[in-house]
Design a protein around this ligand. Structure first.
Ligand code: SF4
Ligand SMILES: [Zn+2]
Length: 127
């Protein structure tokens, strides 16, 4: 961290993985005069496989990054959370997710009907 940066001494906010804290920290980074330098530092640590701290660094939330990968259903929510238009892979992931859920529900309904029919047959043969 850079000594006279806006985040200096604000570890409680910047180490936090709470979404609200992340948004606030991110907005501070966005106006920080050291943002470019900070990004570069973060990028080099990432390239060398260094351990990334949790929380917000250079306007990016590490925990949030890990949870929200593009091309997943969570990615879609991630875009929404950041108030951005979801990218194509995330839209597609959401579409597939919804299709799968519809299909799951249909199967569950079908299974219920089969069970019900079985019970009726079971009852009538017992009677
Ligand atoms: S960009 Fe964010 S984390 Fe980096 S020095 Fe500025 S306030 Fe701190
Ligand atoms: Zn995406």
């Amino acid at each position: 961290m850079i000594l006279n940066a806006p985040c200096a001494g604000e570890w409680q906010l910047f180490d936090s993985t709470e979404p609200e804290d992340h948004l606030l920290a991110k907005s501070i980074c966005e106006t920080c005069p050291f943002l470019a330098e900070c990004r570069e530092l973060r990028g080099s640590l990432r390239l060398t496989g260094g351990i990334m701290p949790e929380g917000t660094w250079a306007g990016i939330g590490h925990q949030v990054d890990r949870r929200w990968k593009c091309g997943t259903r969570n990615g879609y929510d991630g875009h929404r959370y950041h108030r951005e238009e979801p990218c194509e892979p995330c839209n597609e992931a959401r579409r597939l997710h919804n299709l799968a859920r519809t299909e799951e529900r249909r199967r569950a309904r079908e299974q219920k009907n089969v069970d019900y029919a079985d019970r009726k047959i079971g009852n009538s043969s017992a009677a």
